[in-house]
Design a binder for this molecule. Structure first.
Ligand code: MN
Length: 203
């Protein structure tokens, strides 16, 4: 593992006097032994979903423009972004205008996950990400089952694809992002968060 602070890029992009996002002060492991995952719906310049997986004390992150699917036939582009602190998993609210990632954030799904590669091939999550082939079993409120993250391309042009694995949780007819838009934390929609938190900020 690199000894450099994995959250350096995260902190450099943000001014914590201006945003209510966590600074990632504490680097504690999550209370449960299982690793956590979160998917945040983020109405930034363009709407996307941020998939984050707890790996080695931080949240490894990918921005998924179309969001996750339950259909194994759908390949969803996933663009890697900087590691986020674990506390970010509970962040829901507004990132102020003009700041990095400005817009409303909603906790769209959350839960724990298992590294399937550890079970079958004794490969750690760190090694999986390094090799560009990640397989996890999600236990969320909306999403369950196996998901693969596969890196394609080389060097700076590399991209990842998020694909539902073909298991008993696959469902070609479900449209989770369309049918279940609200927060699993608070039940709110993006519009409600924007309205409520926007009001608070004026006080
Ligand atoms: Mn984002």
């Amino acid at each position: 593992m690199p000894s450099e602070d994995p959250l350096k890029a995260y902190r450099q992009k943000r001014d914590f006097r201006c945003t209510s996002e966590p600074s990632g002060g504490e680097r504690e492991a999550s209370a449960s032994k299982k690793s956590i995952f979160v998917i945040q719906k983020h109405a930034a310049r363009s709407l996307h979903y941020d998939l984050r997986l707890e790996v080695d004390g931080v949240l490894k992150s990918w921005a998924v423009p179309k969001g996750p699917s339950t259909d194994p036939g759908q390949r969803r582009l996933a663009i890697p972004t900087e590691d986020h602190p674990l506390e970010y998993a509970n962040f829901e609210g507004i990132i102020p205008e003009g700041k990095y990632g400005a817009g409303t954030v909603l906790v769209w799904d959350a839960g724990t996950y298992r590294n399937l590669k550890a079970e079958t091939e004794k490969i750690s999550m760190g090694q999986s990400i390094e090799s560009g082939m990640v397989e996890v079993w999600l236990e969320g409120k909306k999403l369950r089952g196996g998901y693969a993250l596969i890196r394609t391309g080389r060097g700076k042009d590399h991209r990842w694809l998020l694909i539902k694995m073909n298991d008993e949780e696959a469902d070609v007819r479900r449209d989770p992002t369309g049918a279940e838009p609200e927060s699993v934390l608070t039940g709110r929609t993006l519009e409600e968060i924007a309205e409520e938190e926007g009001d608070q900020r004026k006080d």
